[in-house]
Write a protein that binds this ligand. Sequence first.
Ligand code: ARG
Length: 468
Amino acid sequence: MAEKGSNKLWGGRFAEETNELAAAFNNSLPFDRRLWREDLDGSRAHARMLAKQGILTEEEARVILEGLDRIEAEIEADTFPWRDEYEDVHMNVEARLTELVGEVGGKLHTARSRNDQVATDLRLWLRRALAAVVEAQQELARVLVAEAERHLEPPLILPGYTHLQRAQPVLLSHWFMAYYEMLSRDTTRVLDALFRLDESPLGAAALAGTSFPIDRHYTAEQLGFLEPMRNSLDAVASRDFVLEALSAITIGQLTLSRLAEELVLYSSFEFGFVTLPDAFATGSSIMPQKKNPDIPELIRAKAGRTIGDLVTLLTVVKGLPLAYNKDLQEDKEPLFDALDTYTSSLRLMGALLPGLTWHPETTKKAAAGGFALATDLADYLARKGMPFRQAHSVVGRIVRKLQEEGRDLDDLSLDELRSFSDLFDEDALTLLSVEGSVASRNVYGGTAPEQVRARIAEAKRELEEDPS
Ligand code: ARG
């Protein structure tokens, strides 16, 4: 058996022992152990195919399959002897197989290379992992829709912002549904990545295919892939499927990061719109008055991490010659890291949102203040026939006067309004309520309760359907 860092793994080719530092540097076992289940699945399909094609005898395949089952049991029971000197998960499984079933174990690697093996394992692994991501996204989507529905009646109104300046009042439900729409697209991006990775590299062998009469369609089907990959060089050299998953995850994490940022802002003393649940906030070790939004802050920060993961692999793949290069071993850590980060962020956000306490008086006051209803007045004049550009400037003058006097729009009397334009009538005053303002934006996709209610009903139906 191989000793620590031993070149005996590679048979008689090497005269020297592997340098210990080089062996440690080369060792991917600490992270690629995660692929063990997929490695066993891939090996089983390969062994069955070899027997079907008469490359192995039925008896040899039976012994190998039994050995693979024993390995599965050992790994599950945590009794499997993981050994760093075997470099990666694939060599560990194969070496153990030969220990368990004897020489015949060495026949499993006929017509296969670790190059097509690792590409196959990673696609299989990603297929499961991304399906779990979609599930976590759907969970959060349900929470967003439920929160939107909960705050529809009575309608909770808050300021909508542009440039972080109060712009126009919106329903909190509309705000929740904005994140629902973003998350829905994030989900379709993951589904797209899943769709494109669904083909089998197995049988590409090292890079050129193999001289053995293998059946790649059979292994593809056994592993639940749509079809075998059509080019052996591409099959072992390409990692765009990982890049696509990473980019879908990163965009998804950006959505969460923006939501987290709004929670940080809105829960600050300056805004005072919402209080975070105690279970998701922390105190300060020195300032007794503090309740810190650590969890939203971390979700926001972890976008930096997933972006880093994506950039890492983009950089690794850039300029890499065909076909396999050891550089490609560097695909796994960023992928695992981004997936773990995004999945836990999705779960945390879903757990936190229902525990928020919103403060409707504060949000409404903020929505009415800061001249957020100025557009409504301008629209009013435009409806009465004044060109909108002119109406914009009339209302601009009103706002400037009020600002100078330290007053707000709800302070205006009809007489005062009429001194700016005689198009103003009694009904202009009713416009100066946030409820009226919100209700008037009754266009498809707008913030009027009627529109938002319809979209919530539709979203609930969407969530009942299978996303794939
Ligand atoms: N551990 C390797 C990886 O993750 C497996 C493939 C190794 N292939 C090779 N030719 N050295 O990429």
